[in-house]
Design a protein around this ligand. Structure first.
Ligand code: HEM
Length: 227
């Protein structure tokens, strides 16, 4: 990195840019993750899903992307933490609320809280699936001879309070994305009176739909709609 771009990334706007870029990258991960997991809705005992999971686990490009994903996540979280600390330092006394509610939505003012809830969800989630699939091993194979990651899903989502944690996690995701999506476009300077309302609508649609599909996974398994 040149010294000019180095300084840029250390500045407040540089940090926001990096947050926006890593945020959009994480969104692309969520789309792939959601599509692949949606194979469970074929209700074929997880055969197609396990096939997809095998491809993801054995494809060298996808495996390499896993490192980029975790790096992206860490940068996104660190920048958020640094930006929050800088803002608090610059403004030690909190604003006296002057119609703040009308100026911004509660979830735009609660990105730190929503992000922390998401992090807690992610730690539980990785322990449920990723640690088992990468490190501790899966419970046998399915009818096609693929590792049975779907059996783990069946186990995990038969416990009601786990389902509640997942639904709460994806609700936090929905609100985090609701602000994050449009904010990323704004920070990247893609702001236009003609296109911004459309970007906002797409962001809202995306945040709600992707979170709804994710929420339906534990719910459908728990209630036995997917076997
Ligand atoms: C609620 C429904 C969800 C289900 C059923 C689900 C399922 C899974 C499964 C089975 C894995 C292991 C994949 C493998 O090792 O091959 C995984 C990994 C992962 N999930 Fe989820 N997931 C869900 C939601 C989410 C959400 C909302 C996020 C992010 C906020 C997320 C982030 C991750 C990450 C970062 C990994 C590890 C990276 C990877 O495997 O490439 N998941 N998930």
């Amino acid at each position: 990195m040149s010294s000019t771009s180095g300084k840029m990334m250390q500045s407040s706007i540089g940090k926001k840019l990096l947050m926006g870029l890593t945020g959009l990258f994480l969104v692309s991960f969520l789309i792939v993750h959601c599509l692949l997991n949606s194979f469970i809705f074929f209700n074929d005992g997880g055969l197609l899903f396990n096939q997809g999971a095998k491809f993801m686990a054995t494809n060298p490009i996808i495996r390499a992307m896993e490192y980029v994903l975790f790096l992206g996540l860490i940068i996104h979280m660190l920048q958020a933490l640094i930006l929050t600390m800088q803002n608090n330092k610059a403004r030690p006394v909190k604003y006296v609320m002057q119609g703040n509610e009308a100026n911004s939505k509660w979830y735009s003012r609660s990105m730190g809280l929503l992000g922390t809830l998401l992090l807690l969800f992610l730690i539980i989630h990785l322990a449920h699936f990723w640690v088992k699939s990468r490190f501790t091993g899966l419970p046998g194979e399915d009818a096609n001879g693929n590792e049975n990651l779907y059996a783990v899903m069946q186990d995990v989502f038969h416990i009601w309070w786990v389902v509640v944690i997942y639904v709460a996690g994806v609700i936090s995701l929905a609100y985090h994305l609701l602000h994050g999506f449009q904010s990323a476009f704004q920070t990247l300077g893609w702001n236009h009176p003609k296109y911004t309302p459309t970007i906002k609508k797409i962001g809202m649609f995306f945040s709600i739909i992707i979170s709804l599909i994710f929420a339906l996974m534990p719910i459908c398994i728990y209630f036995g709609c997917i076997k």
